[in-house]
Design a protein around this ligand. Structure first.
Ligand code: APR
Length: 229
Protein backbone atom coordinates (compact mmCIF):
# COMPACT_ATOMS: atom_id res chain seq x y z
CA UNK A 1 0.00 0.00 0.00
CA UNK A 2 1.21 3.49 -0.78
CA UNK A 3 1.76 5.76 2.19
CA UNK A 4 -0.47 8.82 2.16
CA UNK A 5 0.20 11.51 4.74
CA UNK A 6 -2.61 13.97 5.41
CA UNK A 7 -1.50 17.14 7.19
CA UNK A 8 -4.35 19.27 8.48
CA UNK A 9 -4.91 22.64 10.11
CA UNK A 10 -7.88 24.57 11.44
CA UNK A 11 -9.37 24.90 7.93
CA UNK A 12 -10.35 21.23 7.80
CA UNK A 13 -12.67 21.81 10.78
CA UNK A 14 -13.98 25.20 9.62
CA UNK A 15 -17.01 23.70 7.90
CA UNK A 16 -17.80 21.84 11.13
CA UNK A 17 -18.28 25.26 12.71
CA UNK A 18 -14.94 25.54 14.52
CA UNK A 19 -13.21 28.85 14.03
CA UNK A 20 -9.78 29.11 12.46
CA UNK A 21 -7.12 31.33 14.05
CA UNK A 22 -5.89 33.83 11.50
CA UNK A 23 -8.84 34.39 9.17
CA UNK A 24 -11.15 37.38 9.60
CA UNK A 25 -13.30 36.40 12.59
CA UNK A 26 -10.48 34.03 13.54
CA UNK A 27 -9.92 33.19 17.20
CA UNK A 28 -6.78 35.30 17.46
CA UNK A 29 -8.78 38.36 16.44
CA UNK A 30 -10.96 38.01 19.52
CA UNK A 31 -8.36 36.68 21.96
CA UNK A 32 -4.80 37.76 22.64
CA UNK A 33 -2.64 34.67 22.16
CA UNK A 34 -0.37 35.86 24.95
CA UNK A 35 -3.29 35.93 27.40
CA UNK A 36 -4.66 32.44 26.76
CA UNK A 37 -2.17 30.18 24.99
CA UNK A 38 1.26 30.61 26.57
CA UNK A 39 2.99 29.30 29.72
CA UNK A 40 3.12 32.94 30.88
CA UNK A 41 -0.66 33.23 30.64
CA UNK A 42 -1.03 30.02 32.65
CA UNK A 43 1.18 31.40 35.43
CA UNK A 44 -0.47 34.80 35.43
CA UNK A 45 -4.11 33.83 35.07
CA UNK A 46 -4.75 30.08 34.99
CA UNK A 47 -8.49 30.57 35.47
CA UNK A 48 -8.71 32.57 32.27
CA UNK A 49 -6.71 29.94 30.36
CA UNK A 50 -9.00 27.18 31.66
CA UNK A 51 -12.09 29.16 30.64
CA UNK A 52 -10.71 29.61 27.12
CA UNK A 53 -10.11 25.87 26.70
CA UNK A 54 -13.39 24.93 28.42
CA UNK A 55 -15.14 27.07 25.80
CA UNK A 56 -13.21 25.43 22.97
CA UNK A 57 -13.85 21.94 24.39
CA UNK A 58 -17.58 22.61 24.47
CA UNK A 59 -17.52 23.79 20.85
CA UNK A 60 -15.45 20.81 19.75
CA UNK A 61 -17.86 18.39 21.45
CA UNK A 62 -20.83 19.99 19.71
CA UNK A 63 -19.12 19.96 16.28
CA UNK A 64 -19.51 17.06 13.86
CA UNK A 65 -16.97 15.79 11.31
CA UNK A 66 -17.58 17.23 7.83
CA UNK A 67 -17.22 15.87 4.30
CA UNK A 68 -13.45 16.44 4.32
CA UNK A 69 -12.90 14.39 7.50
CA UNK A 70 -15.04 11.61 6.02
CA UNK A 71 -13.25 11.67 2.65
CA UNK A 72 -9.92 11.21 4.43
CA UNK A 73 -11.32 8.06 6.07
CA UNK A 74 -12.36 6.67 2.66
CA UNK A 75 -8.76 6.89 1.50
CA UNK A 76 -7.91 4.12 3.98
CA UNK A 77 -9.62 1.66 1.61
CA UNK A 78 -6.63 1.85 -0.70
CA UNK A 79 -3.84 3.71 1.11
CA UNK A 80 -1.85 3.51 4.29
CA UNK A 81 -3.19 6.83 5.59
CA UNK A 82 -1.46 8.74 8.39
CA UNK A 83 -3.19 11.89 9.59
CA UNK A 84 -0.97 14.49 11.22
CA UNK A 85 -3.04 17.34 12.58
CA UNK A 86 -2.34 20.68 14.20
CA UNK A 87 -5.92 20.63 15.49
CA UNK A 88 -6.82 19.88 19.07
CA UNK A 89 -10.33 18.68 18.21
CA UNK A 90 -11.04 14.97 17.72
CA UNK A 91 -13.01 15.22 14.49
CA UNK A 92 -10.58 13.01 12.54
CA UNK A 93 -10.96 10.27 15.15
CA UNK A 94 -14.73 10.65 15.30
CA UNK A 95 -14.96 10.44 11.50
CA UNK A 96 -13.08 7.13 11.76
CA UNK A 97 -9.45 7.81 10.81
CA UNK A 98 -7.37 5.09 12.40
CA UNK A 99 -3.94 6.77 12.64
CA UNK A 100 -4.04 10.33 13.95
CA UNK A 101 -1.06 12.21 15.40
CA UNK A 102 -1.80 15.50 17.19
CA UNK A 103 1.05 17.99 17.06
CA UNK A 104 -0.50 20.69 19.24
CA UNK A 105 -2.26 18.57 21.84
CA UNK A 106 -5.80 17.37 22.45
CA UNK A 107 -8.70 19.34 23.90
CA UNK A 108 -10.22 16.26 25.55
CA UNK A 109 -7.15 15.55 27.66
CA UNK A 110 -5.59 17.06 30.77
CA UNK A 111 -2.02 16.71 31.99
CA UNK A 112 -0.34 17.06 35.36
CA UNK A 113 1.68 20.25 35.74
CA UNK A 114 4.26 18.41 37.86
CA UNK A 115 4.25 14.95 36.27
CA UNK A 116 3.83 15.42 32.51
CA UNK A 117 3.60 11.67 31.94
CA UNK A 118 0.27 11.69 33.79
CA UNK A 119 -2.34 12.40 31.11
CA UNK A 120 -6.07 11.98 31.63
CA UNK A 121 -9.12 11.74 29.36
CA UNK A 122 -11.47 14.54 30.31
CA UNK A 123 -14.59 12.78 29.16
CA UNK A 124 -16.04 16.10 28.03
CA UNK A 125 -15.74 17.63 31.49
CA UNK A 126 -14.84 21.23 32.22
CA UNK A 127 -11.50 21.82 33.90
CA UNK A 128 -11.16 23.99 36.98
CA UNK A 129 -8.52 25.17 39.41
CA UNK A 130 -8.15 22.52 42.09
CA UNK A 131 -8.45 19.59 39.65
CA UNK A 132 -5.38 17.52 40.44
CA UNK A 133 -3.51 14.47 39.23
CA UNK A 134 -3.26 11.38 41.46
CA UNK A 135 -0.12 12.89 43.04
CA UNK A 136 -1.91 16.08 43.97
CA UNK A 137 -0.56 18.50 41.34
CA UNK A 138 -2.82 20.89 39.41
CA UNK A 139 -3.95 19.68 35.98
CA UNK A 140 -3.48 21.82 32.89
CA UNK A 141 -4.90 21.43 29.37
CA UNK A 142 -2.94 18.88 27.30
CA UNK A 143 -2.14 21.55 24.75
CA UNK A 144 1.13 22.73 23.23
CA UNK A 145 1.22 26.46 23.94
CA UNK A 146 3.22 29.06 22.07
CA UNK A 147 6.80 28.94 23.29
CA UNK A 148 6.62 25.25 24.22
CA UNK A 149 8.35 22.34 22.50
CA UNK A 150 6.30 20.13 20.15
CA UNK A 151 7.00 16.63 21.49
CA UNK A 152 5.47 14.76 18.52
CA UNK A 153 7.55 16.56 15.91
CA UNK A 154 10.17 13.80 15.60
CA UNK A 155 7.48 11.18 15.02
CA UNK A 156 5.89 13.46 12.42
CA UNK A 157 9.20 13.95 10.54
CA UNK A 158 9.59 10.20 10.45
CA UNK A 159 6.10 9.64 9.05
CA UNK A 160 6.41 12.39 6.42
CA UNK A 161 9.83 11.30 5.22
CA UNK A 162 8.29 8.00 4.07
CA UNK A 163 5.34 9.56 2.24
CA UNK A 164 4.44 8.60 -1.33
CA UNK A 165 1.71 11.22 -1.35
CA UNK A 166 1.10 14.20 0.94
CA UNK A 167 -2.18 16.05 1.22
CA UNK A 168 -2.17 19.37 3.08
CA UNK A 169 -5.51 20.84 4.09
CA UNK A 170 -6.59 24.14 5.63
CA UNK A 171 -3.47 25.54 7.21
CA UNK A 172 -1.87 28.93 6.73
CA UNK A 173 1.56 27.35 7.36
CA UNK A 174 2.43 30.16 9.74
CA UNK A 175 3.37 28.22 12.85
CA UNK A 176 6.69 26.39 13.11
CA UNK A 177 7.95 23.77 13.48
CA UNK A 178 4.71 22.21 12.13
CA UNK A 179 4.72 24.42 9.02
CA UNK A 180 8.12 23.03 8.00
CA UNK A 181 6.87 19.42 7.83
CA UNK A 182 6.19 19.58 4.10
CA UNK A 183 9.93 19.94 3.48
CA UNK A 184 10.55 16.50 4.97
CA UNK A 185 8.48 14.80 2.27
CA UNK A 186 10.55 13.11 -0.45
CA UNK A 187 11.02 15.34 -3.52
CA UNK A 188 9.31 12.80 -5.76
CA UNK A 189 6.26 12.49 -3.47
CA UNK A 190 3.12 13.86 -5.06
CA UNK A 191 1.74 16.75 -3.00
CA UNK A 192 -1.64 18.45 -2.87
CA UNK A 193 -2.74 21.55 -1.02
CA UNK A 194 -6.38 22.46 -0.39
CA UNK A 195 -7.10 25.93 0.97
CA UNK A 196 -9.45 28.69 -0.22
CA UNK A 197 -6.71 31.27 0.36
CA UNK A 198 -3.30 31.52 -1.25
CA UNK A 199 -0.77 29.71 0.94
CA UNK A 200 2.90 30.16 0.15
CA UNK A 201 4.28 26.86 -1.15
CA UNK A 202 6.39 28.39 -3.94
CA UNK A 203 9.45 26.45 -2.88
CA UNK A 204 7.67 23.08 -2.84
CA UNK A 205 8.17 20.80 -5.84
CA UNK A 206 5.54 18.52 -7.34
CA UNK A 207 2.54 20.17 -5.72
CA UNK A 208 -1.01 20.63 -7.02
CA UNK A 209 -2.94 23.47 -5.39
CA UNK A 210 -6.74 23.46 -5.14
CA UNK A 211 -7.86 26.89 -4.02
CA UNK A 212 -11.14 25.84 -2.47
CA UNK A 213 -12.86 24.68 0.69
CA UNK A 214 -11.87 21.42 2.32
CA UNK A 215 -15.24 19.74 1.74
CA UNK A 216 -15.17 20.00 -2.05
CA UNK A 217 -11.40 20.04 -2.57
CA UNK A 218 -10.67 16.93 -0.54
CA UNK A 219 -13.55 15.02 -2.14
CA UNK A 220 -12.11 15.76 -5.60
CA UNK A 221 -8.63 14.62 -4.64
CA UNK A 222 -10.02 11.54 -2.91
CA UNK A 223 -11.91 10.52 -6.04
CA UNK A 224 -8.79 11.01 -8.13
CA UNK A 225 -6.58 9.06 -5.74
CA UNK A 226 -9.03 6.17 -5.38
CA UNK A 227 -9.43 5.93 -9.17
CA UNK A 228 -5.69 5.95 -9.75
CA UNK A 229 -5.08 2.57 -8.17
N1 APR B 1 -11.52 24.70 4.04
C1 APR B 1 -10.16 24.67 3.98
N2 APR B 1 -9.39 25.64 4.49
C2 APR B 1 -10.00 26.67 5.08
C3 APR B 1 -11.40 26.78 5.20
C4 APR B 1 -12.17 25.73 4.64
N3 APR B 1 -13.50 25.73 4.68
N4 APR B 1 -11.68 27.93 5.85
C5 APR B 1 -10.51 28.52 6.13
N5 APR B 1 -9.49 27.77 5.67
C6 APR B 1 -8.04 28.00 5.73
C7 APR B 1 -7.62 29.46 5.77
O1 APR B 1 -7.60 30.00 4.46
C8 APR B 1 -6.24 29.36 6.39
O2 APR B 1 -5.23 29.21 5.41
O3 APR B 1 -7.55 27.45 6.92
C9 APR B 1 -6.32 28.08 7.23
C10 APR B 1 -6.32 28.33 8.71
O4 APR B 1 -5.11 28.93 9.09
P1 APR B 1 -4.84 29.31 10.61
O5 APR B 1 -6.02 30.02 11.16
O6 APR B 1 -3.54 30.00 10.66
O7 APR B 1 -4.78 27.87 11.33
P2 APR B 1 -3.59 26.81 11.37
O8 APR B 1 -2.71 26.93 10.18
O9 APR B 1 -4.19 25.49 11.67
O10 APR B 1 -2.81 27.33 12.65
C11 APR B 1 -1.69 26.61 13.11
O11 APR B 1 -1.54 28.00 15.03
O12 APR B 1 -2.76 29.15 16.62
C12 APR B 1 -1.99 28.04 16.39
O13 APR B 1 -1.90 26.03 17.57
C13 APR B 1 -2.71 26.75 16.69
O14 APR B 1 -2.64 24.67 15.50
C14 APR B 1 -2.77 26.07 15.35
C15 APR B 1 -1.59 26.66 14.60
Amino acid sequence: MKKLVVFTGAGVSAESGLRTFRDSNGLWEEYDVMEVATPEAWHKNPGQVLRFYNMRRKQAIEAQPNAAHHAIVHLEKKYDVHVITQNIDDLHERAGSSKVLHLHGEINKARSTEHPELIYELDHREMKLGDTCEKGAQLRPHIVWFGEAVPNMEIAYDIVSGADIMLIIGTSLNVYPAAGLIHYAPLQAKKYLVDPKAVNVNDVKNITVLKEKASTGVEKITEELLEEL
